[in-house]
Structure formats: structure tokens, C-alpha cells
Design a protein. Sequence first.
Length: 451
Amino acid sequence: MSAFKGMIKRIDDKTAKIVIVGIGYVGLPLAMSFSEDDFQVYGLDVRDETVENLKKGISHINDIPNERLKKSVDLGLFVPTTDKSIIADADAIFICVPTPFTKNKTPDVSYIEDASINIAKYLKKGHIVILESTTYPGTTVELVKPILEKSGLKAGTDFTLVFSPERVDPGNDEYSIENTPKVVGGITPEGTDIARRLYGAVVGKDNVVTVSSPTIAEMVKLLENTFRSVNIALIFELATLCHRMNINIWEVIDAAATKPFGFMPFYPGPGVGGHCIPVDPFYLAWKAREFDFSTKFIELAAETNIRMPDWIMGRIFDLLNRESKVVKNSKILVLGVTFKKNINDSRNSPSFRIMELLLHHGADISYSDPYVPEIIVGEWHDDYNPLLANPVGLKSCELTAEFLGKQDMVILIVDHDVFDYKLIVDQSQLIFDTKNATKRLGAKPGNVYLL
Ligand SMILES: NC(=O)c1ccc[n+]([C@@H]2O[C@H](COP(=O)([O-])OP(=O)(O)OC[C@H]3O[C@@H](n4cnc5c(N)ncnc54)[C@H](O)[C@@H]3O)[C@@H](O)[C@H]2O)c1
């Protein structure tokens, strides 16, 4: 008799219990979707502070407002916890833990390993384990499966295992979990089918795309992100060429984007950030080497993207030079420190590298970001060697006419909608707009220089 007998019924009547391991940018929205669909959801995290705040209805993810979180917590449908034994009570266990890289740009899958070791301790017959963290093709079968099988249970017969790539796009008001198709690939057709039904409950059954294995599903995610990385690098290269040729890249892209087929616009900027585009190509490149394969094209794109802040720095030297100024001791204000607009996530944001370079060259820097009240520039991370001998702590500044007027240069890195662009343009002496954000004011003002 199948170990999964009764699972379909429990999914259909919503009595299946769900544990989500890792309650961050990916895990929390997933927890909300299932709990709002009347499933009992447990949010398991290793960070006490995160769990305590979640229990009080305080969200750390700005796509999930406190009111929305509180509703599920108050109804008892979302229970944040640090108690790993909750896994034993579950039917479905989702892994949504981080997958960063090391300083040498090799995959750091230690969070997946830790989560899998904890799950193995409480694994039972009939469990379905779904990995959502972005990772190299083969992780589910080669890394997670053997760890879970140390429990003595056999994958495919006693428990089942699936990979389903996360497609969360923070700050995107149009697409959320509920209306974004979900790709699922299990180690057996039965596992894929259970996952299809589970996700179908929140995204709709016609919105689940099944593939033949977890490895295919893992590669799907890397194709999506590598596609972005390569196109971003291409537009970076064209932007730097256009600058040399005195051609407005923004006008070029806008005109090209009128082609209704065969073209998709990508826009330049100060570099890539977040935990997908700067990281994922290196996961793929690392795995490819196992097959004596060098992903030159993909790695060239990743390197091009990493170098962008250095090119921005060159432009800053050049623009100040025009005013007979140098970077050293110049007052430079950075607008925006998140990795994209209208969100509060600043991980891997190119702003930090640019601020580090500015500090390294002796600039007197400040920053303003309504989503990030304070930051530390030049901090040591597991995956980052900073340029500065000592980290520098900064607090977000209020944008007033007087403050803007005192700056030698304002660099717009993130085009948050909440910035008062008229105030910025009217009161600043010199603006380097890396996102063409001032376009919204109409004709380009004389004190604005575009990337
Ligand atoms: N944030 C995004 O926009 C996004 C989009 C697509 C894919 N992803 C991928 O999803 C995964 C998760 O990313 P995220 O942004 O949600 O990360 P996050 O850092 O926001 O959240 C991860 C959470 O996991 C917790 N955690 C770590 N180890 C744990 C363990 N052993 N047991 C329980 N909890 C543990 C952390 O405390 C943290 O709260 C990554 O692989 C990432 O690349 C993220």
C-alpha cells in the first residue's frame, strides 16, 4: 500500500499540515498563501528574533504587511516556531533557506544541508519534502536525498522529494505566488502529482507546470536567472559603448522596445543585486566544471555585471572633474541602497560597493533610503571581502532643500517611487542618474547626467 494513501484527500479537504523551513523573503509569502487558503502552517526558523516578531504579527518582509500576517497568526493558521519537532506532525515540508556563495564564488549549500539534517531526524512515512531554494541542478537528488535517507526511510516509497523553484519577485504588485505559474519536478510521478495538487490549492490547478525530475526543475530556475544575467550584461556593455559614442542608450532601448516580437527590453543600472542574479550563474558554472565544461558566456556575463560599480566610479570621477572637483572630501549623497526599487532588501546591492569605493577614495558620503533606516558599509560577510579596513555605519538622511544644496554630487542608484524627484532635481547641484529616474520630470534638466 502506498505510504501516501490519504495525502490527496488531506490536500483536497485542507487538513494536510504544512511546515515551512526558513521564514524569509520566500518562506513567509508561501506561508501566507497556504494559511490564507485554510491550511495549518508552521513556520520553522532558526532565528529567535524573527520567530518572536512573527508571533507578534510583525513582518520583516515589506511585501507582507503586518495586518496580513497578524490575521493568519490570530486565526492560529500560521504558527511561527523554532521547535524542529513540529516536522514530525507535518504532511508537507518546504525548504526555503538561503543559498549564498562563498568568497571564492562556489555554492554554499550548508543551509540546505542543515535543514535536511533536521528534517531527517523527524522524517516519517508519507512525508513530502519540497526544496524551493535556488541551487545547482542535482542538489535535490545528490545532496538532500542521501541526507534524508539517513533516517532509514527510502525516498520514493516511504517519503517523496520534489524541487519547485521559487519565483518570488519582491516589490512586484502585479505578480505574486497566487498568479505565477509554479514548476514542480519530483523524484517519482506520484511525488510530482502530490506537489501539483498542493501548489494547485494556492496557485490554481491549471497554473502548476509539471516536469519530469527535480533536476529539470532546478535547471529551469537557473535558465530563468541566467537569461536575465546575460541580458543585463549585454545592456551594460551597450550602455558603456553608447556613453563612449555619445548615444543615449535609454532612447535606443525605448525605441527598440516598440518591436512587438523578438525583443524584450532590459535597462542598464549601477550593477546587479539581490540573491539570485549575482549568485545563480556561479552555481551553474561551478556544477558545469564537474562535467569538464566551462560556461564562458555565463561567467563573462556575471563578471561584466560585477564590474559595473567600478565603471560607475569612473563616471563619478569624470563628472566631478568637469566641475574642477575631486572625489576626496567631496560631499556625495547616494539615493537608494536596496537591490531594486520599492523594497527593503539591500542584500548584495551595488550601492554598497559604490559607497565603499567612494569612502576608499576619501569622499564624505551620506545616503537616503526611506526603506532602510541604517546601514553598515564595508562589513565582512561570509561571501565578501570588503575594501575598507574598518566598516562605516550610516543613518538614512532626510531629503531637504538645504541638505541637497550642500552636496557636491547626488548619485541616484535606486529609483524608489517615493523619492521627491522634483525636489532632488531643483535643489541639487549635480545629479548622476544611473536609472533614468528623472525622466518622469520630462525634458532632461541641465544638472542631470545619465548613465
Ligand atoms: N528573495 C527572493 O527574491 C528570492 C527569489 C527567488 C528565489 N530565492 C531563493 O530562495 C531561497 C531563500 O531566499 P530568501 O530570500 O527567502 O532568504 P532569507 O534569508 O530571506 O530567509 C531564509 C530564512 O531561513 C532561515 N534559516 C536558515 N537556516 C535555517 C535552518 N536550518 N532551519 C530553519 N530556518 C533556517 C533564516 O534564518 C532566514 O530567516 C534562496 O535560495 C534564494 O536564492 C529568493
